[in-house]
Ligand binder design. Structure first.
Ligand code: FES
Length: 109
């Protein structure tokens, strides 16, 4: 694993809200929920909508353009089983957010 500290701090994401950050070449959507902090690719694979602008319901973000749903825990699409976005390990250390872009979770082999 290769965690990288990002510029955003946890207290800059109110509980229940989301943000988009650029990490290297990636646009990462961060979602702060009661269950924890989740990091997934922020670009919808359908037509490129920014997923962090979507509403979260039952553990999934709903794409704001055409309503595909992506699970925050693993990036799996609930509408189309073969579609997913990358999800990344994320840790909070003393209020700082660290993301491991080298390790994508939940992706098919
Ligand atoms: S752009 Fe996300 S469902 Fe169409």
């Amino acid at each position: 694993m290769a965690f990288t500290e990002i510029s955003l701090k946890l207290d800059e994401i109110p509980l229940g809200q989301s943000r988009c950050v650029t990490v290297g070449d990636a646009q990462v959507g961060l979602f702060r929920r009661d269950e924890g902090l989740f990091a997934i690719d922020n670009v919808c694979p359908h037509r490129g909508a920014p997923l962090h602008d979507g509403q979260v319901s039952d553990g999934a973000v709903v794409c704001p353009w055409h309503q595909w749903q992506f699970q925050l825990a693993d990036g799996a699409c609930r509408n189309l089983p073969r579609v997913r976005v990358a999800s990344y390990p994320v840790e909070v250390r003393d209020g700082a957010i660290w993301i491991d872009l080298a390790t994508m979770e939940g992706n098919p082999a």
